[in-house]
Design a protein. Structure first.
Length: 116
């Protein structure tokens, strides 16, 4: 116990709180969808190991809903790497903390006109 305390005092502060500093460029943050490039192939849904991506088509098939659940997301970027058209990009913007799980779900509406 004494050795641990001694080491902590010798090392000093290792991390600092910098809430206003922007994250590094390679930081894995939220996913952005380019609606014009998306072909509704659902590859992103299939490759997600955490089952964090949902794809639903409306009853009249006029639009589809692509949802990212950041309470499940591991930020592994498999969805981005496997997107054949490059419609998905991973930003370096972290998802801000929310009190409820519903605040961690981000939805993108894809119209049938966006299909190629």
């Amino acid at each position: 116990m004494f050795n641990l305390l001694k080491k902590m005092l010798q090392t000093g502060v290792v991390t600092t709180k910098e809430p206003f500093k922007s994250p590094p460029l390679l930081y894995r943050g939220t996913i952005d969808v380019d609606r014009k490039l998306c072909t509704h192939c659902k590859t992103c849904v299939d490759v997600c190991p955490a089952d964090a991506i949902r794809y639903q088509v409306s009853s009249d098939e006029s639009f589809a809903l692509l949802q990212f659940d950041y309470s499940k997301c591991m930020y592994c970027s498999l969805c981005v790497e496997n997107c054949e058209t490059g419609a998905l990009t991973q930003t370096n913007i972290p998802k801000s903390p929310k009190r409820a799980k519903e605040g961690l779900i981000e939805s993108f509406y894809l119209t049938s006109n966006d299909k190629q």
